[in-house]
Design a protein around this ligand. Structure first.
Ligand SMILES: [Zn+2]
Length: 326
């Protein structure tokens, strides 16, 4: 059995300065609920579809925003995820430090966790955990850094806060925001700096390395990658979504709207997993999965078939022609 982690980074972004208490609501509705004139295609929509196919998700929920806008939005998210039978875990975007009237780290700012020292990172993680507790989340045991922007000190800071799993490692982002250093490119979970690193899955196509994400990969690519991982005898496959993954986010002049191609990919992915339960099972970190470091499995990256990559390039062009991206 290949354990599939459907991870949904659950977060909202300030598009304007918040002057009064509920100024965040438009951003919350757009990014969390995926609100469009045609309906909601955000977190509730994704969790409900997963439930219909009897699949489970890991929602990595951003937890620094309560220090800028109060605890109500986080409470609502946590309740929504737990009521749906899914997993709540921790996600932090340090950009929120700039929006706090009383900063957790006065005078300090940065886009990524790795912009901060070990002690500062540890304080940010502890603050996120405190907000989660305040908002009714159960035991948090897993983490992903915003923008995949972790380094090895992040992992040490997680261990200091008794977090067992990290899923920030993104091979496709090693040249940019992700600064987790390893001896070899990690394809499967393994111990690193005091935690179990559960890397985001990726494949190599004829152009570059691409991580598994609904907005970035076609259905054929995702299904082929899953089957290859299963044939290789791997233990885990981590795919990325966002609470706003299925929409094109609008702005003051242009309403948000559903992204029909990504919507179709998401539904087809759910269908594929449910039709192949002999090979794949969705897993959460709350299950406290154990991984076998020394397991004898194929340790070469997945190579995508050029035919599928060409199909995806064509699909992405069609998406672009349908209107401006987020
Ligand atoms: Zn994020």
């Amino acid at each position: 059995m290949l354990r599939v982690f459907i991870t949904i980074d659950t977060e909202f972004w300030p598009r304007k300065e918040y002057r009064v208490a509920d100024d965040y609501i438009d951003d919350f509705q757009r990014d969390i609920h995926g609100r469009t004139p045609e309906g909601d295609f955000g977190l509730t929509f994704q969790l409900e579809m997963l439930r219909r196919f009897d699949l489970r998700a890991v929602c990595l929920v951003e937890a620094l925003h309560p220090y800028a806008v109060g605890h109500e939005p986080l409470k609502e998210i946590v309740e929504l995820v737990l009521d749906g039978g899914h997993d709540v875990q921790l996600h932090l975007h340090t950009e929120w430090l700039n929006w706090m009237s009383k900063s957790l780290l006065p005078g300090r700012s940065g886009q990524n966790m790795h912009d901060f020292s070990l002690d500062e990172q540890s304080l940010l993680i502890a603050s996120g955990l405190a907000a989660m507790k305040e908002c009714g989340a159960g035991r948090i045991c897993a983490f992903r850094a915003g923008n995949y922007g972790a380094d090895n000190q992040t992992l040490q800071a997680l261990a200091q806060n008794d977090i067992l799993y990290d899923t920030s490692h993104n091979t496709a982002y090693l040249d940019s925001t992700c600064r987790i250093q390893t001896e070899e490119v990690p394809l499967q979970p393994g111990r690193l700096d005091g935690v179990l690193e559960v890397p985001i899955s990726f494949f190599r196509d004829f152009r570059k390395c691409r991580h598994a994400q609904f907005q970035a990969c076609s259905s054929s690519e995702l299904e082929y990658a899953l089957l290859e991982a299963w044939k290789k005898g791997w233990e885990s496959f981590v795919i990325v979504s966002h609470s706003f993954e299925l929409i094109r986010r609008g702005d003051a002049n242009r309403p948000s709207r559903p992204d029909p191609i990504v919507l179709r990919r998401f539904e087809r992915f759910c269908h594929f997993l449910s039709e192949n339960r002999d090979k794949f099972e969705t897993c959460t970190f709350a299950d406290l999965p154990k991984f076998n470091d020394s397991r004898d499995s194929d340790s070469t990256p997945i190579r995508m078939k050029p035919f599928y990559t060409c199909g995806r390039i064509f699909e992405q062009l069609r998406r672009r022609m349908m209107g401006p991206a987020k």
